[in-house]
Design a protein around this ligand. Structure first.
Ligand SMILES: *Cc1c(COP(=O)(O)O)cnc(C)c1O
Length: 356
């Protein structure tokens, strides 16, 4: 029997980390993870099941994801040789850090933003420099550039729209950042389908721009599919660190089919956007709540006091949202994902009760 001191063996950089935590409820209304609230349609399930019958699961998946890349290319009009598929776009964030950073190098991002940039960087022994967003949840490119330069940041991550604030940063500031930064700008467009705003057309003119997209927010969160559009000369470098079979056969097929049958998803996206506008209007009527405008499928809002209590009250009544109050700039702030009309009504009703 072995009894060695395992704690002593854990690397310093990992010892001090905390694992990414998400609350979960078995039953009830899940408005905490920015997923698509509509269940997989029977038509789509049937397409996948038909494929499954002929699938050789004893074989490795296509390491180049050729069919999926073709389906993506048909929609976004970027050539397939600029695309890389990730097991979720989270994986591509890690691959980018692996390609551009040695241990001790610096990555940067505005704050508050998507927590995984920090978690992935720290897990790899990188330094993190954050840059506080202003009152409008926006940034000034000149100041950010100075910050990036003085800290020798090799990569800057821009969530566009920004999670958890929900807004898209000013185009002008991002444009200036892309044009003047001597490092890589990673534009994380995970919520592109809800904003309709992209910098994809800038890729021709700038070889320091990478764009990330995800299928997690539009219906395939369970299958982990993200993709990146890279400058041609970077693709080979990413492929050196990417695991050869990172995207599994079922995910590749389902993602390609989802994209080929996009009208189904588009209807859902349209409903979510309508519900978002309705929810925002309703929240703005509530005196004790400040709701922030959103270009995404979630809304950030601030309550006058005791956000944590509201979070637990909602949870006890079967509605799970996200409590962001532990972040110093997000005191009493909560984030709610746009659900179905029914789910949003439940949420609004509980909120009205709670604020009375
Ligand atoms: C959800 C999210 C992602 C990650 O998505 P996956 O493709 O599921 O890994 C990336 N960036 C932001 C800003 C997100 O909110």
């Amino acid at each position: 029997m072995s009894r060695i001191n395992l704690t002593d063996l854990i690397s310093e950089k990992v010892k001090n980390l905390k694992a990414y935590q998400v609350e979960d409820v078995k039953e009830g209304i899940k408005l905490h993870a920015n997923e698509n609230p509509y269940p997989t349609s029977p038509e789509f399930t049937k397409i996948i099941l038909d494929y499954l019958k002929n699938l050789d699961l004893n074989r490795y998946p296509d390491p180049d994801c050729k069919n999926l890349k073709k389906a993506i290319s048909n929609i976004i009009k970027s050539p397939t040789n600029q695309l890389i598929i990730g097991n979720g776009s989270d994986e591509l964030i890690q691959n980018l850090m692996q390609v551009f950073c040695d241990e001790g190098d610096t990555v940067a991002f505005p704050d508050p933003t998507f927590a995984m940039y920090y978690i992935i960087a720290k897990g790899m022994g990188l330094k993190v420099e954050t840059y506080p967003l202003n009152n409008e949840w926006d940034f000034n490119a000149k100041q950010l550039l100075k910050h990036l330069h003085s800290n020798k940041a090799r990569l800057v991550f821009i969530s566009y729209p920004n999670n958890p604030t929900g807004n898209c940063f000013s185009r002008k500031e991002i444009q200036e950042l892309i044009e003047s930064y001597q490092g890589i700008v990673v534009l994380d467009e995970a919520y592109y389908d809800f904003s309709g705003l992209t910098f994809l057309d800038q890729m021709q003119d700038h070889n320091n721009l990478v764009i990330l997209r995800s299928l997690s927010k539009i219906g395939l969160a369970g299958l982990r599919v993200g993709y990146g559009i890279f400058p041609r000369e970077l693709v080979d470098e990413i492929n050196k660190v990417r695991m050869p079979y990172n995207s599994n056969s079922i995910s590749q097929i389902a993602a390609a089919e989802l994209l080929k049958n996009f009208s189904l998803v588009q209807n859902q996206i349209d409903s979510i956007k309508n519900e978002r506008d309705r929810l925002l209007k309703e929240l703005s009527k509530m005196k004790s709540i400040t709701a922030f405008p959103s270009d995404s499928n979630f809304i950030l809002f601030k309550v006058a006091n005791n956000g944590e209590k509201l979070f637990y009250d909602l949870m006890e009544n079967g509605v799970l949202i996200r409590n962001l109050g532990s972040h110093p700039m997000l005191n009493n702030c909560l984030r709610v994902t746009i659900g179905t009309k029914y789910e949003n009504d439940q949420f609004l009703e509980l909120l009205t009760q709670a604020s009375q």
